[in-house]
Ligand binder design. Structure first.
Ligand code: AMP
Ligand code: MG
Length: 288
């Protein structure tokens, strides 16, 4: 099996170059059927690992998903977590900030959605929009009404805030894993056209998505700067080729499995007092 984490992890040395990471799956990824069975195996393991995470209650897992429109964030999240107990995870999709949210610092709304220990939190978009869409659309930054906004130092400051925030979370038991679903401009066009042609996908189409598409190069350089500045050991980014959905899902699922295995959550040990309770319970039930 491919070593997905090693292959896709964005280096921590700040030297990431977009051109080094493909939108196509690697040549040795194997046929669709193999990827599907790998996904299935990971989905089952995620369920088992989530139960242990929940029982262990020492760590939370935060999984962040960022991508251009139609890269497959929603469907990847749906497929990868399809086998996990719904009580054990929560997905939050971050859209345009409200008036009230705009009046707070940019991490405020994110903090409110963080997973508690024992849970998995999934961010469909995240605080990273603050160095992506907000960087590419000057009007989005203007709406924040910030002192000293814009300019290289401003964005470096945002990266620093994000790194410190994530380090803080890591120190407090939250394991962070971040996925950039790397779709090509060509495949995005195909998927956006599908949204127009397929009546069941019409609801997903927004004309505004084409404005973001028109700023493709701006987004790509914003992604590059973001990945360089914020892939760190306590909160790594993974750049996942997104032109093939089977590969993308298998890769994301496998990286999540390995991340959770790294935590190695365990069921709490049964102490003497609880053993005594279990014994009493057995006696009472058997005596009925
Ligand atoms: P979607 O995820 O396709 O439903 O779209 C949500 C939209 O909200 C996207 O166009 C995002 O770029 C936008 N969005 C998310 N977070 C922010 C933010 N902090 N500031 C401005 N726009 C945002
Ligand atoms: Mg959209």
């Amino acid at each position: 099996m491919i070593d997905f984490p090693r292959r896709h992890r964005v280096p921590y040395d700040g030297k990431f170059r977009l051109g080094d990471f493909d939108t196509d799956p690697p040549g040795d990824s194997g046929p669709e059927a193999k990827l599907e069975s790998e996904l299935k195996e990971s989905v089952d393991r995620l369920d088992a690992l989530q139960r242990r995470l929940f029982a262990d209650e020492r760590h939370a897992l935060l999984a962040v998903f960022q991508a251009m429109d139609a890269a497959g964030k929603d469907s990847t999240i749906r497929k990868v977590f399809s086998g996990v107990n719904p009580a054990g995870f929560r997905v939050h999709a971050f859209g345009r900030p409200s008036e009230l949210e705009l009046r707070h610092d940019f991490l405020h709304r994110v903090v409110a959605r963080l997973p508690e220990r024992g849970k998995i939190g999934i961010f469909n978009r995240s605080h990273y929009e603050e160095v992506l869409v907000v960087r590419v659309h000057p009007e989005a930054l203007a709406a924040q009404n910030l002192p000293g906004a814009g300019g290289p130092e401003f964005w470096d400051g945002r990266f620093e805030s994000i790194r410190e925030f994530e380090r803080h979370l890591a120190r407090n038991g939250t394991v962070i894993v971040k996925f950039w679903l790397n779709v090509s401009r060509k495949v995005q066009k195909k998927r956006l056209l599908e949204r127009i042609e397929d009546p069941e996908k019409n609801w997903k189409f927004r004309l505004g998505d084409l404005d973001d598409r028109a700023r493709w190069d701006g987004f790509q350089s914003a992604y590059e700067a973001m990945l360089r500045a914020t892939s760190r050991p306590e909160a790594p980014w993974y750049a996942i080729p997104a032109d093939d959905k089977d590969y993308m899902r298998a890769a994301v699922a496998r990286i999540l499995v390995e991340t959770l295995e790294g935590i190695d959550p365990s069921y709490p040990r049964v102490g003497a007092a609880q053993r005594e309770e279990l014994e009493q319970g057995r006696k009472r039930l058997l005596a009925e």
